[in-house]
Design a protein around this ligand. Sequence first.
Ligand code: PSU
Ligand code: MN
Length: 300
Amino acid sequence: MKIIYSKEVANALNSKPIVALESTIITHGMPYPTNIETAKKVEQVIRDNGAIPATIAFIDGICHVGLEDDEFERLGNDPNLLKISRRDIPVVIAKKLTGGTTVASTMIISNLVNIRVFATGGIGGVHKGANETFDISADLDEFSRTNVAVVCAGPKAILDIPLTLEYLETKGVVILGYKTNKLPLFYSESSEYDVDYRVDSASEVANIMKEKWDNKINGGILIASPIPSSYSIDNKEIDKIISKAISEANLNNIKGKKLTPFLLEKISKLTDNKSLESNIALILNNAKVASEIAKEYFKK
Ligand code: PSU
Ligand code: MN
């Protein structure tokens, strides 16, 4: 595939620590113009913490690694763009289409261009009711085969958490709790679930990355970093709202790749944008943690 690097990323390839970023958050995850403002703030946090940001997207079938200002604008201000996951990539290239990359497809591109650390908000997982709908995010299978460490704030609270954890275990994916023993759940800093292992520093994560890939144990590593306390929303409070949002999705027959964006938007409305503020805060925090990990891994 044809890849265009931003100037900043082109200068940094193989010479500076780089952090990859997804773009479905821009195209489908947040309203305009908050989406673009947030994406740019996330990039700045990465620079401020000594790494180089590389937001990944497809524009007219060309893969962009690192975006220029006009490209952010193009992605952020068009409701008809695609949500591009693993299955979509070849079609998007051949048909010269435009859209945001999910966690799964951002991992694929990062791996291709040798970027080993990626920051996002929350990963996809096993949806509630998946025993009937079969709705399991392609993000989870990507973790079983693609060598990228992903910093997130835990699985999205809209998911079936126990089933998501079982699925990850089956697929051989480890969840590292960043300075926590308990699994953070996106909007909430903690939960009743344990992480697989607690890690207390970026260099500890970098050691685990190196041992995994040097020993050819392919796949991703999930680093769960809790949302900052002051933005954390109580589990029970948000659960009620999530249930309401899911009922509305069912009533409106929202399925497949439309479900996650629909739920995020509904939750935001039902919380008077409090969830959106939390979403922004957790992504900024993940960007910082990912920068630290990228710097440590770069030294290895
Ligand atoms: N987390 C967010 N906002 C998002 C997403 C995750 O805070 O928009 C996106 C990611 O791109 C993730 C995708 O890969 O949702 C999962 O979608 P699905 O559940 O359809 O696989
Ligand atoms: Mn899905």
